[in-house]
Design a protein around this ligand. Sequence first.
Ligand SMILES: [Zn+2]
Length: 229
Amino acid sequence: MTQNIAGFVDANFPMAARLAADLGGPPVFLDRDTVMAAIGEGTIGAAKGLRDFVYITVSTGVGGAIVSGGRMVRGVSNTAGELGHFPVSLDRDVRCRCGSFGCVEAYAAGRNLAEAYGVADASIVYANAAAGDDRASALIARAEAALANLAVGVVNALNPERIVVGGSIAEHEPAHVLEPMRRAIAERAFKVPAAAVSVVPSMLRGDVSIVGSALAARDRASGKGQWFL
Ligand SMILES: [Zn+2]
C-alpha cells in the first residue's frame, strides 16, 4: 500500500519490471509480505498442509492473507486479505492511514498504539500497562477488543481451520493478542466454525516472510503455481 512507504506516491509504479531491468538477470515477482508469510506457514510452518487458514500479523501494522480451499484468496485486484483494514468500530474519530476509520489497524497496530500513547515504541505501552498505568491499560484493552472483533469476523465469515498469528507484537505479547482472540471466538463466534478453528502463533516468526518468499520464488520459477493461480 503506497501510504505505508513514505514518499512513494505512484501506486502504478512498475517496480518488478524496473527491478528486473536493473538486475539484468533473474525474473522478479512482487507480492505482499503477508501473502509470502502465509505461503511460508502453509508450506513448512504452523499451517503446514492445511487448505483453509488465515495468517494475521500484528506488528507495526496489522495485515493478513487468506487461504481457502488450498488457494490463496487474491480478489479481482490482488488486494484480498488486507485484514488490518477490516472496520471493527463505528467511531469516526479513530482515523486510519488508509483513509477510512475504525480499522483494526487503527487500534491494534504497534505504530498506532505508540502514537496514541505518545511514545516511540509500542513496547513502552505494554510495559507501562503491566506496571499499572491506566492510560496504557485502556489503549491495550481497546487493541484487544479490536483484535477480538476481527477474530470473530474471520471465523464467522471464512470458517478457517487455523488462524496463524505472527508479527512482533503477537510474538512478544501473546496474552494481549492471541488470548483475546481465542476468548472472543469461544464466547461469541458461531459454534460450528468456532469448534473447528485454532489460533496459534507463527512458527517461522521473524523469518516468516523471507522464508515464504524463497518458497514462492521456487514455485514460481518451476511453474508449479499452487499459490498463484
Ligand atoms: Zn485502514
